[in-house]
Design a protein around this ligand. Sequence first.
Ligand SMILES: [Zn+2]
Ligand SMILES: [Zn+2]
Length: 85
Amino acid sequence: MISPINNVQIVHPVKLSLQQLSEFLDWMKRHTCPRCNQHFTHPCNFYRHKKQCGIEKKVKCDICDYRCHRKDSLKMHMVVRHQIL
Ligand SMILES: [Zn+2]
Ligand SMILES: [Zn+2]
C-alpha cells in the first residue's frame, strides 16, 4: 500500500530583511519619476518617460486643445481626430 505524501512542509514566504527592504526602496526610488511620482517597473519606460515628463508640450493642434511633444503625434491626431492629412 502506498501512503500519500502528507508530510511536506509548507514553506512560508521569506520575510524581507532590512537590507533587502532598503534595497527595494532604493530600486523604487530609482524608477520613480521625481516630477510626477509615477512609478515604472521597467527601466525603458522610465527613461522614455523622463525624457518627456516636465517638457512643455510644444506641439499644439490648431483646431482643438490637443497638445503633444512630437510633430508626428500631432500628425496622427490630425488624421484620427480631424481627418486632415
Ligand atoms: Zn513624470
Ligand atoms: Zn485637434
